[in-house]
Write a protein that binds this ligand. Structure first.
Ligand code: FAD
Length: 479
């Protein structure tokens, strides 16, 4: 009797515990992916993720086919489709990698009950995280709300799983169940199709993920601690979408970096800063697991009373990179063009939306959810709340980024702005982050017509800052 191998955000064959266990039984395997827009409700995949999924499933199907086991595609509610597949094939078991989104946790529980009733084995495996969230308890038995003790605790006895190669052959059914066709799902963004630039930036799929990891470890890991904050430098791994879709395991990233990092300056491990970022991913997953309201509700309840001002015109300017603040606009345009934005610039643009425009962080979170190829419910919501000051272990609210100073500090030559805001490309570096301060001769020479070729700032920094701080005073006093 076959085993259904249910793929979710684990679109790889290497380091895949459920696959290894299924192959080990000797039973025929039925690899299945279900496009389920119903179970996640408002957190169904966004447009950019759909683009990625399309390519990633094609890669997975190719990798599976070369090992003898075609991928079956179905669309609909996961629970119904799984039960239907069991009925069609007489499968004796369902194997899968566990997930941590609240809707996915609930789905796994429902499925287990149904499968138990039907006498079908339900086996769940880890692999999306380095440690299961249930294993990360504080001395009081609670969950970690502060990152540093969390990272210390996890580092103490962390032994990430050893890498396991993909099986060479996958035994399959003689008579395959029907599969839907990927191209009929039309996963590319439509009206407008903003994914045109994505293909040049990414290679979705397991082979692309492995290549990205080895390139990073070879070229950028050594200088990661220094370069990771400079958006103009390719200083970070850009593994996030591969991790979000499970095309590579965090354990594989961990081992590759730890191994390559070695000891460089005295006791400094070149990989340590990078490994700590992987732990932010673990920390965020744990927060979402233990506080399932994280994507919608402020972790600190006093922030529910924050006096937002929401202005549709401002929101549009932010989304389209037309705020008049070059570093903000560069980030929002990078996001639109590539489905990605550098982490430092994510912080700057998120802070600008929340604090300069007083638009609720949930609105920005939803925009990122739709436009990021690495959209991840835990990372996205934890980071938006971190910037908003309402999260666990968040940046203090009153620390308000000045977008000009941030630009000057992290993009000192203006190269990142020049790349994404080409209408400012000819401005000298001294003024590129604040074009409104340039004299008319400089603007003319650079071909910049403020208010025409590039907008004036939509809010004035000093005034916006004062408004944001007044909002904070309001919640402090009303609590
Ligand atoms: P690297 O610097 O190479 O880091 C390696 C890996 O560590 C990343 O791939 C990621 O998995 C993890 N990581 C790094 N920084 C963080 C962090 N701050 N929080 C959690 N994990 C981290 N990351 C997402 O994966 N999905 C999101 O939806 C997402 N939304 C964000 C929204 C905001 C407002 C902010 C400020 C950050 C968000 N991040 C998100 C975190 C971070 O920006 C990205 O993980 C990072 O930029 C990805 O690039 P990289 O792979 O080159 O990272």
């Amino acid at each position: 009797k076959p085993i259904v191998l249910w793929f979710r955000n684990d679109l790889r064959l290497g380091d895949h515990a459920a696959l290894v266990a299924a192959v080990h039984t000797g039973a025929p395997i039925l690899p299945l992916y279900i496009l389920d827009d119903a179970s996640p409700k408002q957190w169904k995949m966004g447009g950019a993720s759909h683009w990625w999924l399309d390519k990633s499933l094609a890669a997975l199907a190719g990798d599976l086919a070369s090992r003898g086991g075609p991928l079956v595609l179905r669309r609909g509610d996961s629970e119904t489709e799984l039960l239907r597949m069991i009925e069609e094939t007489g499968a004796a078991a369902v194997y899968f990698t566990r997930s941590y989104e609240p809707w996915a946790v609930a789905l796994e529980q429902r499925l287990k009950t149904k499968l138990d009733d039907a006498n079908v084995a339900c086996r769940r495996f880890g692999g999306r995280l380095l440690r299961e969230p249930e294993d990360m308890r504080t001395s009081n038995g609670g969950f970690y709300k502060v990152y540093t003790p969390f990272s210390r605790a996890i580092m103490k006895d962390l032994v990430p799983a050893k890498s396991v190669r993909a099986p060479e052959r996958i035994a399959t059914l003689e008579k395959q169940p029907k599969s839907e066709r990927l191209r009929d799902w039309a996963l590319h963004p439509q009206k407008p199709d903003w994914s045109k630039g994505f293909a040049a930036a990414w290679q979705p799929g397991e082979a692309g993920a492995r290549k990205r990891l080895s390139d990073f470890v070879r070229t950028a890991l050594k200088s990661y601690a220094r370069d990771r904050n400079c958006p103009a430098t390719p200083g970070t791994s850009r593994l996030s979408p591969h991790l979000a879709f499970g095309e590579i395991s965090p354990a594989a990233c961990w081992h590759a970096a730890a191994h390559a990092g070695g000891k460089t300056n005295g006791s400094d491990n070149a990989a340590e800063t990078f490994l700590k970022e992987l732990l932010w991913r673990e920390f965020s997953a744990g927060l979402l697991f233990h506080f399932p309201e994280l994507p919608e509700e402020p972790f600190r309840p006093e922030f529910s009373a924050f006096p937002w001002h929401g202005n549709a015109k401002h929101l549009k300017a932010w989304q389209t990179g037309q705020t008049g603040y070059p570093i903000v606009d560069a980030g929002m345009r990078e996001l639109w063009a590539t489905g990605y934005m550098h982490n430092r610039v994510r912080m700057i643009t998120a802070s600008f939306l929340i604090k300069h425009l007083l638009i609720p962080w949930q609105t920005g979170e939803a925009w990122f959810w739709d436009t990021l190829v690495d959209a991840d419910l835990a990372n996205n919501s934890a980071n938006w709340q971190w910037v908003a000051g309402s999260g666990a272990d968040a940046a203090p609210y009153f620390r308000i980024f000045n977008p000009v100073l941030q630009g000057e500090k992290f993009d000192p030559d203006g190269d990142y702005v020049r790349r994404w805001v080409p209408e400012l490309a000819k401005l000298p570096r001294q003024i590129i982050h604040a074009p409104w301060k340039a004299d008319s001769g400089t603007l003319m020479e650079a071909g910049v017509k403020l208010g025409k070729s590039y907008p004036n700032p939509i809010v004035e920094h000093g005034e916006a800052r004062a408004r944001a701080l007044a909002g904070y005073e309001h919640i402090k006093n009303s609590h």
